[in-house]
Design a protein around this ligand. Structure first.
Ligand code: AMP
Ligand code: MG
Length: 471
């Protein structure tokens, strides 16, 4: 494996085994095959991995780890749907170590001490959704984990129906979650918690390392990053679906692509996760939920900071969110963020989204590019009412239109498109996955034939589409 001797390190393993993690041997899938390898990401991080080598496929499908990998399962806890859920942890994913500026995590490689009643597997359906979803979000300019490899297999995996096992390699700046801090706080292990906080600072915010007020400062950063992330989601119409504290990263990256989705018409009460009957994680609730999750994080810092300090910082969230949302929308509309009519423009746009039956992301491009015809639904008319167009034209900065246009998708990674891609892949045809991944990296502002062809039968705009949490 000479070509594969990469520069691996494993910072998380410097923490105490058994307190913070367990070493785990992955378990191999039966008859694995590559569905896709994300060459664009590989190029960016400049890794000389040989994907034609059978040992590479073996490693990325839960077989013998590559030289330098140090597979471990991390322990964390969390609040799920507002309730304390106790210990969770990596039940079907393994931290492999760090390389190329990212932590590598192999999802679906078998049971760990934290699997509870689960089988440690991921199914192809959900691995495809995460693979394409995270890359599409990255292309939209949203902070997110990335996806590097996708492997299918013949391993039977029981969900509502019998499916097949798959693995996905996820790359993240950090996999630390609010739930990591919660785990040690709720166990009353304040010494371990203090160690973990120092570790988190050294990983994500090393410039704060030596400062006496570093915990206060890092909490302020977690608040700001989370406010920015949720503002990005709201701007692109992304619904996470399971914003539990164990799925909320301290890095401000979108983490855990379960039952996620994009808005069709603009609707604050849009719910994607069918187990979420109360609508806790509806699109319009996301800023409030992020604030609530940060409240859980604040509680874990009470051994180190006064309640007054924590409360004062936590109270900055709504304002930070409003600021980031304004910046996001301004950037996507090519308008000066300080323009006094921006809130009015955004309100009017929301009105059009909710009435005219446009898909949420399409309205940006309908303004920014008059030649655009509405690729997600080639038959629909893209109408922006004249007064609204005139208002936008009076505000837009021509020098910023090109940049805004580049971030505006000309096609949508809709749930009905994903359903088609998944159906093909389950029948052994991986070409649509590969084509969409390539189209994402060539620029989502460009039309994509495969998306047009496979995504041309949207359901009724107000139809309920609920995804199962099972993955
Ligand atoms: P999620 O809903 O994917 O965020 O998962 C919540 C918790 O359940 C995490 O601790 C996961 O590792 C665990 N989990 C989810 N699915 C499985 C599975 N198939 N096998 C083992 N653990 C799982
Ligand atoms: Mg999770």
């Amino acid at each position: 494996m000479a070509r594969q001797s990469l520069n691996w390190s494993s910072p998380f393993s410097t923490l105490d085994e058994d307190v913070f993690y367990a070493k785990v041997s992955p378990s191999a899938l039966i008859n694995p095959r590559w569905v896709d390898v994300n060459e664009s990401l590989l190029e960016v991080i400049g890794l000389p991995l040989d994907f034609d080598n059978p040992l590479t496929l073996d490693a990325f499908s839960g077989g013998s780890p590559l030289e330098g990998w140090d597979p471990i399962a991390q322990v964390y806890s969390g609040h799920q749907f507002g309730q304390w859920a106790g210990q969770l942890g990596d039940g079907r994913g393994l931290y492999l170590g760090e390389c190329g500026g990212y932590e590598w995590h192999l999802k679906g490689a078998g049971k760990t001490p934290f699997s509870r009643f689960g089988d440690g597997r991921s199914v192809l359906r959900s691995a495809i959704r995460e693979y394409l979803g995270s890359e599409y979000m990255h292309a939209l300019g949203v902070s997110t984990t990335r996806a590097l490899t996708l492997v299918a297999s013949d391993t039977p995996v029981q969900r509502e129906t019998l499916e097949r096992g798959a693995t996905l390699t996820r790359l993240a700046k950090s996999h630390l979650r609010i739930g990591h801090f919660e785990h040690f706080y709720h166990q009353n292990s304040h010494q371990a918690l203090a160690e973990l906080i120092e570790f988190a600072i050294s990983q994500l915010d090393p410039d704060l390392n030596e400062l006496p007020d570093r915990i206060e400062q890092v909490f302020a950063r977690y608040i700001d990053r989370s406010a920015k992330l949720v503002a990005q989601w709201m701007a692109v119409g992304f619904v996470h679906g399971v914003m539990n504290t164990d799925n909320t990263a301290l890095s401000g990256e979108t983490l855990d692509y379960g039952p996620y989705g994009f808005l069709m018409a603009y609707r604050d009460d849009y719910v994607i996760n069918h187990t979420d009957q109360a609508g806790r994680y509806a699109y319009g609730q996301q800023p409030r939920v992020m604030h609530w999750n940060l409240g859980c994080l604040a509680e874990t810092l009470t051994p180190f900071l006064s309640v007054e300090t924590l409360r004062a910082l936590l109270n900055t969230f709504p304002e930070r969110y409003r600021l980031h949302y304004r910046l996001e929308m301004a950037g996507r509309l090519a308008v000066d963020p300080a323009h006094e009519d921006l809130p009015e423009l955004v309100d009017q746009l929301k009105g059009v989204w909710s009435k005219n039956g446009m898909f949420y992301p399409e309205l940006f491009i309908a303004l920014l590019d008059e030649s655009f015809k509405g690729l997600s639904r080639p038959t629909a008319e893209m109408i922006v009412p004249e007064p609204l167009r005139a208002l936008w034209e009076s505000m837009a900065e021509s020098s910023q239109i090109e940049e805004a246009r580049a971030k505006s998708p000309a096609w949508m990674l809709s749930h009905w498109l994903l359903d088609q891609v998944i159906e093909s892949a389950e029948a052994g045809d991986y070409a649509p996955v590969q084509s969409l991944r390539k189209a994402i990296h060539q620029g989502i502002g460009q039309p994509c034939d495969v998306a047009t062809k496979l995504g041309d039968s949207p359901p009724d705009l107000n139809s309920a589409y609920h995804l199962s949490c099972s993955s």
